[in-house]
Design a protein around this ligand. Structure first.
Ligand code: AMP
Ligand code: ZN
Length: 463
């Protein structure tokens, strides 16, 4: 039984998917006019945590994330640099996927791009015109929110000040201001345009998520996510467009992640108070420590970003990795300690019940670190045996299916090669060939492996 806080009902609800064992998940993706900052990645990592937990429980998840490659900002950027829209956006799309992989985010099943779904959007707009929910003015098409009585049900926006027929052109507009929004923008000089059944021009921002989510997930699907800034107007408008068009409920559960803030303010491009993933990597931070920091605060709480907190995340991740290293490399005596089975059972069950309670990550992380702490005490007391170490390593891997902070699979697979190099270096040291030993150590460092010569022999860890 999983419970989520649904923004739509304003309550914590039991989750029950439309099709047993399957989940349709739509998450609003990046607008590719610039590099994503770690505030954006707080949202994407929360969504990754949600998805990984559903997968951990055995659900099959179809995840769709849109790429907004046309809007006011991308057009402005392309104009500024005198390049075509796609030449401008491709750089940021590539960088986005690089960051996704670096942060060990599981890729979505589909990444539909707005510019590749103009047909689907124009069809939907045509339907909305035919049903009387939309109107045309000077070649642009607007959604008439007065025709959709449920408008405001997600954001609970006050409709009393609604002035019938007041319109807005831009994609993002004043909060707390309910107005008719653009579905289609008439062709403007110097802007990209398409010729469609609803006219010559380009789509507004909101329509892409309605058209693309239904294409890949159906008219009604299970979960839709984004940051809290998406609630109004973006998600409110998505509901209006989709429900007016299909006559069916659009989404069952809406989950929204709170902002990542710096010195009390939302991290954002316009304020200039941001770090990109590359900025932090250049400072020498391990990407999975960035991941850990972004997931370790509950998604419905603001996350205050500081470099000190990131330093702490580095040591937390190192603690988990050191424990894994110990389990895999220490020579434990043959046998087993039955208490370890109970320890694993208790901590995995605490981990699961925490996450099932609206993704309570604090409980899940406490259970992970308690398991590590208690097992380490057993190791010190010589009460941990080979069988226990294997079981603990399996349990840790299981938890990491959700956390995703153990070394990436590719590097984990490299460990045989690394071990070979390490033992080669050991031999060189024993032979007093220190020049060769140092050379191997430097080679490994270039591969991201740090060697430490300790009294218990050589140890390695990821940079
Ligand atoms: P954008 O590229 O601005 O459309 O944003 C992409 C996603 O990042 C959306 O889901 C936003 O809600 C989210 N987002 C933007 N800034 C922040 C922030 N400071 N903290 C958390 N999420 C954010
Ligand atoms: Zn969206």
């Amino acid at each position: 039984m999983i419970k989520f806080f649904n923004t739509l009902s304003g309550k914590v609800e039991l989750f029950s998917p439309i099709r047993e064992g399957h989940v349709g998940l739509y998450t609003c993706g990046p607008t590719v006019y610039d590099y994503a900052h770690i505030g954006n990645f707080r949202s994407y990592i929360f969504e990754d945590l949600l998805k990984r937990y559903l997968l951990f429980l055995g659900y099959q998840v179809v995840h769709v994330m849109n790429i907004t490659d046309i809007d006011d900002k991308t057009i402005k950027g392309a104009k500024k640099y005198g390049v075509s829209l796609s030449e401008y956006t491709v750089k940021y799309i590539d960088a986005f996927f690089q960051d996704v992989d670096t942060l060990n985010i599981i890729r979505a099943n589909h990444y539909p791009r707005a510019t590749e779904h103009i047909k689907e959007m124009s069809l939907m707009i045509k339907g909305l015109l035919e049903k009387g929910y939309a109107y045309e003015k000077d070649g642009s098409i607007y959604f008439d929110i007065s025709k959709f009585p449920a408008y405001g049900k997600l954001s609970k926006i006050d409709l009393n000040q609604l002035k019938k027929g007041s319109r807005v052109e831009s994609d993002e507009y004043e909060k707390a201001n309910a107005v008719d929004f653009t579905l289609w923008k008439a062709k403007k000089e110097g802007e990209p345009y398409w010729e469609t059944e609803v006219g010559t021009g380009r789509p507004g921002w909101h329509i892409e998520c309605s058209a693309m989510s239904s294409k890949y997930l159906g008219k009604t699907f299970d979960i839709h996510c984004g940051g809290v800034d998406n609630i109004f107007p973006h998600h409110e408008n998505e509901i209006a467009q989709s429900e007016a068009y299909t006559g069916k409920k659009f989404v069952n559960i809406w989950l929204h992640c709170h902002h990542l803030i710096v010195d009390g303010e939302k991290m954002s491009k316009s304020k200039g108070n941001y770090y990109t993933i590359k900025d932090l990597l250049a400072k020498g931070f391990n990407p999975l420590a960035i991941r850990f920091l972004l997931l370790s605060t509950h998604y419905r709480k603001q996350l205050n970003f500081t470099l000190e907190a990131l330093e702490q995340a580095v040591s937390s991740v190192q603690r988990i990795r050191d424990f894994q290293y110990e389990l895999l490399n220490h020579n434990f005596p043959e046998g087993e300690n039955k208490d370890v089975l109970r320890l694993i059972k208790d901590e995995i069950s605490r981990f699961t019940s925490g996450l099932s309670d609206d993704l309570n990550i604090s409980v899940a992380l406490t259970s992970t670190f308690d398991m590590i702490k208690k097992a380490n005490i057993l190791i010190i007391k010589n009460k941990l045996y080979q069988k226990d170490a294997e079981r603990l390593a399996t349990a840790l891997n299981r938890m990491d299916e959700v956390l995703g902070v153990l070394p990436l699979k590719e590097t984990a697979d490299l460990s045989d090669k690394i071990k070979e190099k390490i033992s080669f270096r050991e031999k060189a040291r024993a032979d007093k060939n220190f020049q060769l030993a140092d050379q191997i150590r430097d080679d490994l460092l270039r591969e991201g492996i740090i060697l430490e010569d300790t009294v218990n022999g050589v140890r390695w860890k990821h940079k």
